[in-house]
Design a protein around this ligand. Structure first.
Ligand code: ZN
Length: 156
């Protein structure tokens, strides 16, 4: 038990979130990165370091998503990393856009929901509006990393 009371989730979506929180994926560091970003929220101590390598076809080959803080940021960072595998920079942009819409409670087309796959589980965080920023922090890192990648002209 941490010193802070954390939120709890039940149901299938809740189980998916808690599974990623307890067994986070893609936490191993990467020595080399084509895309990297770091985000920190001083108000709650949430922190994420995102690094990714792209293959010769411009798709995510390896991803490292290291987070610290509450259960929500850790689950979101892990689920996002899983969703990033095999995607091009353009597809990552689209995934981030759709995820933000989901968290804002906007209506998504069935095809858009299908694109988000397991990430739709994180919509239960909307029950705790002040925690939505915890879920979005890794995505801010992703968007910054993508912006930087575009500026550097490395992506297609
Ligand atoms: Zn948090």
């Amino acid at each position: 038990m941490s010193q802070f009371t954390d939120v709890s989730f039940d149901g299938l979506y809740g189980e998916a979130i808690m599974d990623h929180y307890r067994n986070p994926r893609h936490r191993e560091p990467l020595d080399r990165a084509d895309m990297a970003a770091h985000e920190f929220n001083p108000f709650c101590g949430d922190e994420v370091t995102l690094r990714a390598q792209f293959d010769g076809l411009g798709r995510v080959d390896r991803v490292s998503s290291q987070s610290q803080g509450c259960s929500i940021i850790q689950a979101s960072a892990s689920m996002m990393a899983e969703g990033m595998e095999g995607k091009s920079a353009e597809e990552l942009d689209e995934m981030a856009r759709l995820f933000r819409r989901l968290m804002q409670g906007r209506e998504l087309e069935p095809g858009e929901v299908a694109q988000l796959k397991d990430l739709v589980a994180l919509q239960v965080v909307r029950r705790y509006p002040v925690r939505i920023k915890c879920a979005l922090l890794p995505w801010t890192a992703l968007e910054e990393g993508l912006d930087e990648l575009k500026r550097s002209g490395k992506s297609g």
